[in-house]
Design a protein around this ligand. Structure first.
Ligand SMILES: N[C@@H](CCC(=O)N[C@@H](CS)C(=O)NCC(=O)O)C(=O)O
Length: 203
């Protein structure tokens, strides 16, 4: 299987963490692919009309996207339990996944906005993203005990990838100071080899 991949993408990281956890990394051929919102990449477009990474090309030529679809595919193929099948564990995992992914989408748009010139930047948008990040930290700080006792699944994996991206691109937000119990949970989870081996390239 070929994976359109980058060492900096938090969505790609979700897939790679799942692949490590499932023992499937060797089955993936990583294709370094540059995805930029303002410059669709013809090599990715051939496999995904949205020109986004991660995109997975299966051995039979079929394609899968986006990140959560790829993660669920790997989980099924690898016989894993990263997607709880039913009941409260399923809905908790999916809600955490939605929160992590939604916040990631906001962080990426926030970063784009932040890098505009003073004249072009929409401060109201920056304020809205700041508020959403604050609220996300508040909710997750309150849910840190639940996170600490939950089994490893797509929910906690995605939240940790989101917080890792915040470290990577939003170090100034100093989220640990505002969410110390969350920071403790994060430190424990990201000590796993699957996170250590997929840490974003800070260069
Ligand atoms: N919902 C997608 C989001 C993927 C995404 O936005 N990836 C970024 C890289 S971090 C990308 O490909 N951006 C290029 C673009 O938006 O055109 C997923 O979960 O895979």
């Amino acid at each position: 299987m070929k994976l359109h991949w980058s060492p900096k993408s938090p969505y790609v990281r979700k897939v790679m963490v799942c692949a490590h956890e499932l023992g499937m990394v060797e089955q993936l051929t990583l294709i370094r692919s540059v995805a930029a919102m303002l410059k669709p990449n013809p090599d990715i477009l051939r496999d995904n009309p949205l020109s986004k990474i991660p995109t997975l090309v299966l051995d039979d030529g079929s394609r899968l996207y986006d990140s959560v679809v790829i993660c669920e595919y790997l989980n099924e193929r690898g016989g894993g339990d990263l997607f709880p099948a039913s009941g409260a564990a399923k809905w908790q995992a999916l809600r955490w996944h939605a929160l992590g992914d939604g916040m990631l989408d906001a962080l990426i748009l926030w970063r784009n906005e932040r890098e505009r010139s003073d004249a072009q930047r929409l401060e109201a948008l920056i304020d809205a993203f700041t508020l959403k990040f604050d609220e996300t930290l508040r909710v997750l700080q309150a849910e840190a005990p639940a996170l600490a006792s939950a089994p490893l699944s797509i929910g906690p994996i995605t939240l940790a990838c989101m917080l890792g991206y915040a470290d990577f691109r939003f170090a100034g937000e100093a989220w640990r100071e505002r969410a110390p119990a969350l920071a403790e949970w994060y430190a424990t989870l990201t000590a796993r080899p699957s996170f250590q081996q997929t840490a974003p390239d800070f260069d």
